[in-house]
Design a protein around this ligand. Structure first.
Ligand code: GN1
Ligand code: MG
Length: 354
């Protein structure tokens, strides 16, 4: 199935020898296509680049080169895998009308959900360290690889616009839309924060599965998926961790009654993230982290519902109603987090007193 791809790769990248290449699908990403390439005992990741989502590959290149220069003089305790250059010196290779990127394979394990509190803490420490490290770079020097990516207010407006254009909604869609529209106060809070929070260099896709742990899950080997590194707020990165770690079930789950926020894991995340950050934030930023999980869960839910109403044009789905279901899942998780606001705030206050 991948024979033509293998032939072109062998000719294009200096890494490969004449021995046969094996290529197979890999991972759980929703945007790029991810393939595992192996030759003898070596492995690489080959990524089919999604250029309808990432319309500015030059901006990605620009941002990644800022990161790699900084990493050369300020090493991190984990890898940041960057695209390998082909024989022409390019990070992107066009093969049969599609662009591909090749990465060194980082050996290890990825998690879709943490199995133990210690893993949540490790994940948060790694992303916190990344945030502390990347703060030494000026956020304004980074280009927006997806314009307005985490602009909650614009995502909220967009859902309403798309819904309005449709002749009718099913009862389930209508109920979900209503549930999301009730989140207007959170959107207002977000807009107010934008007047005060400093712009930082953020990863902007800090899901648990964008970390590669060692095989024994005892340390973080790499932070991957760096295409959305750009200017943002700390609460985005902490928030996407909360969304994907401090939850009873993954974003694909459909047993609505069982979807809940898990305060114990939130507490591990907050402790770990603050340790990693090592004090590099303003008091208001520290406070904003408490609602970061809600912000990111709301953004994802709005995006899933919008995509469902638009006919699944953005996210990969494995069945037609999957985006509707993801939106339903995220609303349940959001509401559950909202029920724990006081507990989260108490915990943060206790941490400060320590
Ligand atoms: C997408 O491709 P992947 O799975 O790493 C998306 C994120 C969402 C996520 C939801 C560029 O990330 O914003 O959080 O799906 N990335 C983009 O699982 O839209
Ligand atoms: Mg990913």
């Amino acid at each position: 199935m991948f024979d033509a791809l293998a032939t072109v790769l062998t000719q294009t990248y200096p890494q490969f020898t004449e021995s046969p290449l094996t290529i197979r699908p890999f991972g759980e990403g929703l945007i790029h296509e991810t393939l595992l390439v192996s030759q003898l005992d070596k492995k690489w990741i080959l990524q089919g680049f999604n250029d309808s989502v990432f319309r500015f590959p030059d901006r990605i290149d620009h941002n990644l080169s800022l990161l790699s220069k900084h990493a050369a003089s300020h090493p991190l305790p984990f890898q940041l895998p960057l695209p390998l250059r082909n024989k022409n010196g390019n990070g992107l290779t066009a093969i049969q009308g599609k662009n591909y990127r090749l990465f060194d394979f980082v050996d290890g394990s990825t998690l879709q959900q943490v199995q133990q509190p210690a893993q949540a803490r490790m994940a948060a420490q790694a992303y916190g360290k990344f945030a502390c490290w990347s703060q030494q770079l000026p956020a304004a020097a980074f280009e927006e690889t997806i314009p307005n990516f985490h602009r909650l207010d614009l995502r909220f407006a967009r859902l309403q616009e798309v819904a309005k254009q449709l002749p009718s909604l099913s009862e389930e869609e209508q109920a979900l839309l209503q549930g999301y529209l009730e989140q207007q106060p959170l959107v207002n809070w977000y807009q107010e924060q934008r007047n005060h929070l400093p712009l930082r260099v953020t990863h902007s896709d800090t899901k648990i599965n964008n970390l590669i742990f060692s095989k024994t899950l005892s340390r973080v080997e790499a932070v991957v998926d760096l295409d959305t590194v750009m200017g943002g707020y700390l609460m985005y990165d902490f928030g996407d961790l909360v969304r994907t770690v401090a939850c009873s079930l993954p974003e694909t789950a459909t047993d609505w009654e069982q979807i809940q926020a898990l305060p114990e894991l939130f507490e591990e995340l907050l402790s770990g993230y603050l340790e990693g950050l090592n004090g590099a934030m303003t008091p208001l930023e520290a406070k904003s982290l408490l609602l970061g999980g809600e912000i990111m869960t709301l953004i994802m839910g709005l995006r899933f519902l919008t995509d469902h109403l638009e006919g699944n044009v953005y996210y990969r789905v494995s069945y037609p109603l999957q985006n509707l279901h993801r939106a339903k899942n995220q609303l349940a998780l959001l509401q559950s987090q909202q029920g724990h606001r006081a507990r989260f705030a108490n915990f943060a206050a206790q941490l400060q007193e320590r």
